[in-house]
Write a protein that binds this ligand. Sequence first.
Ligand SMILES: NC(=O)c1ccc[n+]([C@@H]2O[C@H](COP(=O)([O-])OP(=O)(O)OC[C@H]3O[C@@H](n4cnc5c(N)ncnc54)[C@H](OP(=O)(O)O)[C@@H]3O)[C@@H](O)[C@H]2O)c1
Length: 286
Amino acid sequence: MKIGFIGLGIMGGRMARNLLKNGFNLVVYNRTKDKSLPLLEAGAEWASSPRELAKKVDFLITMLSTPEVVEQLAIGDQGFLSNLPHGSMWMDCTTVHPAFSRKMAALAEQHHIRFVDAPVAGSQKPAEEGQLLFLVGGKREDVVFCEPLFKAMGKQHIHLGDVGKGAALKMIFNLLLGEAMLAFSEALALGLQLGLEKSTMLAILLEAPITAPFLKDKREKLENEVFETEFPLQWMQKDLQLASISAYEQGLALPALNVIKEVFAQAKQHGLAEEDFSAIFKFLKK
Ligand SMILES: NC(=O)c1ccc[n+]([C@@H]2O[C@H](COP(=O)([O-])OP(=O)(O)OC[C@H]3O[C@@H](n4cnc5c(N)ncnc54)[C@H](OP(=O)(O)O)[C@@H]3O)[C@@H](O)[C@H]2O)c1
């Protein structure tokens, strides 16, 4: 089996590296070629476009930024979908909304390609250490077929049901992540205005049961106000926007989500797009 990997950003580069480490035969493509160089040195083969990559592989993984980019690379000029051999597998690990996964699965089927949505929980470090959690939607036999790859890149995969269910749970993960990050940032900002010491607040609040456990990992960033990127703020804004679209599609009102997503949108407009999403604290403090 020859694996194609498209999208070598913070997550994809590290996931692809783990496939190489586990002995998989890998062909890679990334818009910015520089990011592929360490992988090429480690034995991966380069393809000059998604289209060229598709001709060389029978299993494709995409780990891209947004649904729009996935669609563009799938069916746009130089797209991969019409160039993969019939019967190939496409695993999309990008965080997208369920309706989009279902649309991609339908397009893939038209091209005789199998499809699973397999977004991941876990950030840069778990990606590097092969400790991601894959949230998977698709046909059982397809998910079983993908198992060796999940094992090479992650600690666990959970099959949640048909296509779109992986995307659905991942979106819910990030809804909680974004809302908790913003709630904590607001609390901290108010505490500072009231004259409390930041380090004291962090020490007490991060040990309290009212605080989401992941926030402990953000302590250093909040303390030093240096928001080195693990999960870019612009992708958090995208995920909250996608959750809002999904809620609209379901006729469900989610008022807090719809306010919070706009706070992330404002922070993005104010130049924080590429910083870690915890930089929302810096934005609020201003
Ligand atoms: N970082 C995390 O902690 C984390 C965790 C779980 C899930 N995710 C999700 O995983 C996905 C990737 O995240 P990431 O953190 O790895 O982001 P990233 O570092 O920004 O990588 C994004 C990837 O998409 C490519 N891309 C963007 N726009 C493109 C375009 N117009 N044409 C072609 N390629 C394009 C980038 O290419 P270039 O290199 O050329 O820019 C890069 O390969 C996102 O959906 C994100 O929500 C991220």
